[in-house]
Design a protein around this ligand. Structure first.
Ligand code: SME
Length: 151
C-alpha cells in the first residue's frame, strides 16, 4: 500500500483516545508491518536519558530479546546519540549491529523528536536487501511527528 494511503489510517489510529498510547503505537506497527511488504519487523523504542538506555514500547513481528538497548550499541543505540536517520542497506556490512533475526538483511532507524528533543525512534527490519529509499525516510519522519503529538 502506498504511503499516502497509510497516512489517514495512521491519523485515525493515533487519534483514538479511548486506547492507551502503547496500544495505539502497537496498531501503527501492525499496520506498517502488514501493509508494506518489505517491513518485516516494526518497533518503537523510547529513551531513558538518565540511564542512557532505549526501551521497546511497541512492536509488530517476531518478539525480540533486545527490549533494552544501551545508547551507542547497535544501529538503534547509535541513533540515540547521533539524532540522525540511519539507513542500513546491508546489515552484514555493519560492525556495530545487534542482530535480532538471521533473516534480517536491512534496517532503517529514524529518530522521534518531541519539542526538538530526540526521545525515541522507529526501527524497521527488512528481510529484503537494500529496500529503503528517501521516501521511506520521509514517511517515517512523518509517522514520528504524528506520534510525538500524542506523547
Ligand atoms: N538491529 C537493531 C536492534 C534492534 S532489532 O532490530 C529489533 C540494532 O542494531 O540496533
Amino acid at each position: 500500500m502506498p504511503f499516502d494511503r497509510l497516512q489517514p489510517k495512521i491519523k485515525t489510529i493515533l487519534s483514538n483516545n479511548s486506547e492507551t498510547v502503547e496500544q495505539r503505537l502497537t496498531e501503527v506497527c501492525e499496520l506498517l508491518q502488514t501493509s508494506i511488504g518489505y517491513y518485516d519487523w516494526v518497533g518503537f523504542y523510547f529513551a531513558n536519558k538518565a540511564e542512557r538506555t532505549l526501551h521497546l514500547k511497541a512492536f509488530a513481528g517476531e518478539p525480540t530479546d533486545h527490549t533494552v538497548i544501551p545508547f551507542g550499541k547497535g544501529i538503534c543505540g547509535q541513533v540515540a546519540e547521533s539524532n540522525k536517520n540511519f539507513v542500513v542497506p546491508d546489515v552484514k556490512a555493519q560492525t556495530n549491529y545487534i542482530a535480532c533475526s538471521i533473516y534480517v538483511k536491512a534496517e532503517i532507524v529514524v529518530p522521534l523528536f518531541k519539542e526538538g528533543e530526540n526521545i525515541g525512534q522507529i526501527d524497521i527490519d527488512s528481510n529484503t536487501a537494500d529496500p529503503f529509499s528517501s521516501e521511506d525516510e520521509q514517511f517515517l519522519e512523518w509517522v514520528n511527528s504524528q506520534v510525538a503529538e500524542i506523547l
